[in-house]
Write a new protein. Structure first.
Length: 255
């Protein structure tokens, strides 16, 4: 049994599925953290707005999210093994992993994303109303141009967050429903079961693939939706092109 536990195929199962789960969960919860950050940014609470700093995200929030998601799914490399060419869990661990998947993929992220999206929308309405009242009661040209530009930029970033949340919910909800149905149905027919990573039905396979869509569509969503993102991407590409030309010119001079 110990020999079988450390076969090359079993080691591949453990590492591949563990790392895939880690990086997908980091991607999902990064979207959630972005929603919380956008909510704090447009909040009327000055203390929450102060927390929206790049150095806080870079040195505290992002490392904590990464560390947590390397620790939380440690049951995967411990419990998974190879069985007839499939990576599987046995009995109670299979049930635990299914509940873990439903909660951590299909319930907690979308529910919190929806809550914070509504809170963001509410805060934006309050800010718009206050701006309208200020322009009527103080001066028509009270707000400086750079402030209006910053507001427009923030609104575009918030729009990107809404699009990504919508894409996540669309891609994860079918997976959660089918996963729950398969577990209930399978558990009702047999007392113990193997949970195969590749599901046996076409519907389950399609919904299983859908959960990979959201992490890899962010770039395309941003390009299609946001003019700000397209402009910044062009600037980055132009800078990279200029740097490459400078390096090539230096190399040519040396030779």
């Amino acid at each position: 049994m110990e020999r079988k536990l450390w076969k090359p195929v079993t080691i591949y199962c453990k590492i591949q599925i563990y790392l895939m789960n880690v990086f997908l969960q980091i991607s999902r919860f990064s979207i959630l953290i972005a929603c919380i950050d956008r909510y704090a940014l447009c909040s009327t609470n000055a203390y929450l707005r102060k927390l929206c700093k790049v150095h806080i995200a870079r040195y505290y929030v992002i490392p904590i999210v990464i560390l947590l998601w390397f620790l939380i799914p440690l049951h995967i490399p411990i419990a998974i093994f190879e069985f007839h060419g499939n990576c599987v869990y046995r009995d109670a661990i299979a049930i635990y992993n299914t509940i873990y998947s439903i909660i951590m993929i299909g319930l907690i992220p979308p529910i919190l994303m929806i809550i914070f999206s509504f809170l963001i929308f509410h805060n934006l309405k309050l800010r718009t109303r206050r701006r309208q009242i200020r322009s009527l009661t103080v001066e028509p040209n009270y707000l400086p141009l750079h402030y209006e530009g910053a507001e427009r930029k923030n609104e575009q970033i918030l729009g990107l967050s809404f699009v990504q949340v919508f894409a996540y919910i669309i891609s994860s909800t079918p997976y959660t429903i089918v996963r729950l149905y398969l577990v209930i149905n399978q558990h009702a027919t047999t007392g113990s079961f193997y949970e195969h990573e590749t599901n046996s039905t076409l519907l389950a396979y399609i919904t299983d693939m859908l959960r990979f869509v959201c992490p890899f569509t962010s770039f395309y969503l941003y390009v299609l939706v946001s003019q700000l993102y397209r402009t910044e991407m062009k600037v980055i590409l132009l800078n990279m092109t200029q740097q490459c030309r400078l390096i090539c010119n230096k190399n040519n001079r040396i030779h």
